[in-house]
Design a protein around this ligand. Structure first.
Ligand SMILES: Cc1cc2nc3c(=O)[nH]c(=O)nc-3n(C[C@H](O)[C@H](O)[C@H](O)COP(=O)(O)OP(=O)(O)OC[C@H]3O[C@@H](n4cnc5c(N)ncnc54)[C@H](O)[C@@H]3O)c2cc1C
Length: 509
């Protein structure tokens, strides 16, 4: 059965009452569950459409998949992992870490696997969220979206792609059953995933044609094996691990300072240029790989193996977007092309047009996506006026381009836990961020963005939404983000109180 709102049909059997419902069991969902329980919420559920937790680190199994910020930072501060075997852990280790952490904190049994949230709507009279899933129905006091900005693969609209006779897949849905040995492969895209999987498959395939719309800044990756002795030391002395995390945080923040004051970036950009010069001798290839915008304008990439892989005789770089697929030929906008058996799309995700925004509705039945009209915004990247008692994790305007998603998440979790504690102690039934507060925050962000490299670096990036507005980036330091989100600010919200007869009554501010 199809619905007029475009969501899929639901077979509803039961309604479960819960205090909090979390959509997704990636690192955000797991972290939220841990912090909400610490804040005193016992009755919560995580709804996960897949059959396993881990989100990104479950889905992205492509060869070479790893994090690109140091693992000491790409982990929860409350669950440090002294056992990382590499400075930048690979996907299987991160996936295992998330499994372990969810189990250790008692979160795994709270996850309803194989269950998809298809619609969530605020009911003002009850001051609760009514949530329909592909299995049951829920009524929840709080709704937390941890559905992940890097979740839904972006499949480009390339004429003829659907009729391609060979195999096509997106990097985040890797086809391990498809034999790449001896294949002629076209890779579309040259972003963070392609930089990792291209070197991992280059020596296996017969030919690799890389279609690169925009050259990327790629810096050497300071990755290395962490010897057993160092791991034992970190395990024995947690203070040493905290010191490592702090040192890495400081290093990343220095880079972040450059992103906000691009003149400082010249030295870092020089490292990128030297890296390219040292690894790519052919001047034509080097020209094709030289970015024409300031480093940091697009996500900065780290790799020691990407450039060398592109110099191999079986690789051709097409410095052009793909215009069409004709038969088994991938054709670039510059007229070059390649006959291939396999197309791998390294084309990214629906980041600022997250599908979940089409499934969350206000009290009048208006979708979150309709409120946003293509330009997401939220107060402190977290709460949206008209959507009471709801929180978006890794929401708009919290992207940093240099720091770890865990840093952003934990700043938000402080705010979320503070909000829930205050809500309960003050006897609130509903909290809705005041529209003028949200608008003022949004204006402040938009005012601060122009000098940053994200807006002034001269590129087009996924930080920009369909309207051309930067709805992704946080224009200040992550220290400021942490300070800004450290204390819940009740005065920013319109509230309703529980009247005692089960109906919420408006209480103003
Ligand atoms: C390949 C890759 C590498 C990355 N590396 C880094 C890095 O090095 N450093 C960094 O800071 N960031 C990195 N990121 C970005 C970010 O850290 C990760 O995407 C991270 O996993 C986000 O966590 P999350 O829990 O918010 O979302 P996700 O991990 O995407 O989890 C979302 C979960 O929600 C579920 N879900 C979605 N919709 C529904 C629904 N309607 N109903 C039920 N369940 C639903 C999904 O199945 C999924 O399990 C990377 C992203 C990718 C894709």
């Amino acid at each position: 059965m199809s619905r007029t709102d475009g969501t899929t049909a639901t077979v509803t059997r039961e309604t479960h009452e819960v205090e909090a419902l979390i959509i997704g069991s990636g690192l955000s969902g797991i972290g939220a569950a841990v912090k909400l329980r610490e804040a005193g919420l016992r009755d919560l559920v995580l709804i996960e459409k897949a059959d396993e937790l881990g989100g990104t680190w479950r889905d992205n199994t492509y060869p070479g998949c790893a994090c690109d910020v140091p693992s000491a930072l790409y982990s929860y501060s409350f669950a440090p992992n002294p056992g990382w075997t590499r400075a930048f852990a690979a996907q299987p280790e991160i996936r295992a870490y998330l499994h372990r952490t969810a189990a250790a904190y008692g979160i795994t049994p709270l996850i309803r696997f194989g269950t998809e949230v298809v619609r969530a709507q605020w009911h003002a009279a009850e001051a609760r969220w009514h949530v329909e899933t592909s299995r049951d129905r829920y009524s929840a006091r709080f709704l937390i979206s941890a559905a992940g900005p890097w979740h839904e693969p972006l499949i480009p609209e390339i004429p003829g792609l659907a009729d391609f006779s060979g195999e096509v897949f997106h990097s985040s849905r890797w086809r391990h059953d498809h034999e790449l040995a001896g294949a002629r492969v076209a890779v579309v895209g040259s972003g963070a995933s392609a930089v990792q999987f291209v070197p991992a498959i280059q020596s296996r395939v017969a030919r690799l044609d890389l279609f690169q719309r925009t050259a990327q800044w790629v810096l050497p990756k300071p990755d290395h094996h962490v010897p057993g002795a160092e791991r034992r030391l970190l395990r024995r002395f947690p203070a040493a691990q905290r010191a490592l995390r702090s040192a890495e945080y400081a290093a990343m923040e220095t880079l972040g300072l450059g992103f906000r004051h691009p003149a400082i970036l010249r030295a870092v950009q020089k490292v990128g240029t030297l890296h390219l010069k040292a690894t790519v001798k052919d001047p034509r290839l080097r020209r094709a790989l030289t970015p024409d915008y300031t480093l940091g304008c697009k996500r900065l990439l780290l790799s020691n193996t990407y450039y060398p892989a592109l110099t191999r005789p079986n690789v051709t770089v097409h410095a052009t977007a793909v215009e069409a697929v004709r038969g088994n030929r991938v054709v670039g906008a510059d007229g070059t092309g390649a006959d291939v058996d396999t197309i791998i799309l390294g084309t990214g995700f629906h980041i600022l047009d997250m599908p979940i925004a089409q499934r969350v509705f206000d009290a009048d039945g208006v979708r979150l996506g309709e409120h946003w009209k293509g330009s997401p915004d939220a107060y402190l990247g977290t709460t949206v006026s008209g959507f009471p008692n709801a929180f978006i994790l890794l929401g708009p305007h919290l992207g940093t381009g240099h720091s770890s998603a865990f840093m952003v998440l934990e700043a938000q979790l402080e705010y979320l836990a503070g909000a829930v504690r205050h809500f309960r102690s003050a006897g609130w039934a509903g909290m809705d961020v005041r529209p003028e507060v949200q608008a003022a925050f949004n204006a402040e962000v938009q005012q601060a963005l122009p000098p940053t490299v994200y807006n002034s670096g001269g590129c087009s990036s996924y930080y920009l939404d369909g309207n051309g507005r930067n709805s992704f980036s946080w224009p200040w330091s992550t220290g400021r983000m942490r300070r800004r989100l450290a204390e819940f600010d009740p005065e920013a919200y319109d509230v309703t109180l529980t009247s005692g007869v089960g109906r919420p009554v408006p209480a103003g501010r």
